[in-house]
Design a protein around this ligand. Structure first.
Ligand code: SF4
Length: 294
């Protein structure tokens, strides 16, 4: 079977940075004889999480009840209050918040300091959205952003007439929010709020992967998407390919290619491989090797 790789594959720069900082974190913890933590799952890839866990990095959700050590803030960032909580308890923070995510947080902070209303468009419960919701204008003063989780929320705001249509609003969107939904939300909001400003768009790294996946779908009979099941950008890639009508197979690594799946895939003449931005290239290579043997 012919196997074609997407032109854009592997880590985005934000995830590469987090992985590099994870190494730094482990080295620092070893040097100083302290425990090593990641605040939340390091990246949306269970193999990488396991690998770093074996190196001594423990995933934690909060600073309470654990021995202070070296703690990594992953690419999604964390709420300001949580960061302070770790620092106050004596943790050493290694910050790998993606600069694009940090810029969104900074936009919210600055707008709030000037008294401008802020709005966050994001997936409910996603770590980045939670981090943006937890931005403080000054210590302890959380910015009360208007939350938009989907088109219905935007429509509801328009119907309710609050905030007023001419009130200045600054909007920040979660970097991996689905672009097509964001564009629809934007249209609804722009049609009503006259002084609204959209400070960013979903991340370009995600967009170029989607574009490459579309090209791949055109060239192949089916596409295998390799990535974490809880990764928004991996799910987005799968949806993008699905929309073309080509069969899509989502797997996390080569061990998901069991007998049944391999026999189904072997019926295709040509299969494409694309990956979410948290998938390491060694996992992609392993998947590729299995498919090439079919
Ligand atoms: S997808 Fe974009 S915003 Fe998110 S970590 Fe990667 S580069 Fe940063």
């Amino acid at each position: 079977m012919k196997v074609i790789r997407s032109k854009v594959i592997g880590f985005c720069f934000g995830v590469s940075n987090t992985v590099a900082k994870a190494d730094e974190c482990i080295a620092l913890a070893r040097e100083s004889g302290l425990p090593c933590y990641s605040i939340g799952e390091l990246i949306h890839n269970k193999d990488m999480v396991r690998h770093y866990n074996e190196l001594g990095m423990v995933c934690v959700k909060g600073s309470e009840g654990i021995e202070p050590g070296v703690a990594l803030v992953r690419a999604h960032g964390i709420p300001d209050r949580d960061r302070r909580g770790y620092e106050k308890r004596g943790f050493r923070i290694v910050d790998s918040t993606c600069p694009i995510v940090a810029k969104g947080a900074q936009t919210i902070r600055k707008a709030a300091q000037k008294g401008i209303k802020t709005m966050i468009v994001g997936v409910k419960g996603h770590a980045e959205t939670i981090g943006l919701q937890g931005v403080e204008a000054s210590e302890g003063k959380v910015v009360d952003s208007i939350m938009v989780y989907g088109l219905e929320d935007a429509e509801r705001l328009v119907q309710e007439g609050s905030p007023a249509a001419d009130e200045p609003i600054v909007v920040v969107v979660q970097t991996t929010f689905p672009v097509n939904v964001f564009e629809r939300i934007k249209k609804v909001l722009k049609g009503h709020f006259t002084a609204i400003r959209f400070s960013n768009s979903p991340c370009g790294a995600t967009q170029i992967r989607k574009k490459a996946a579309l090209e791949l779908a055109r060239q192949t009979d089916a596409v295998v998407v390799v990535g974490g099941r809880n990764s928004e950008n991996t799910k987005g890639l799968a949806r993008t390919v699905e929309d073309t009508g080509k069969p899509v197979y989502c797997i996390e690594n080569a061990s998901d290619l069991d007998k049944g799946l391999c026999s189904e895939l072997s019926t295709y003449r040509c299969v494409g491989i694309c990956s979410g931005s948290s998938t390491p290239t060694n996992i992609i290579r392993e998947v590729e090797e299995v498919l090439e043997r079919l």
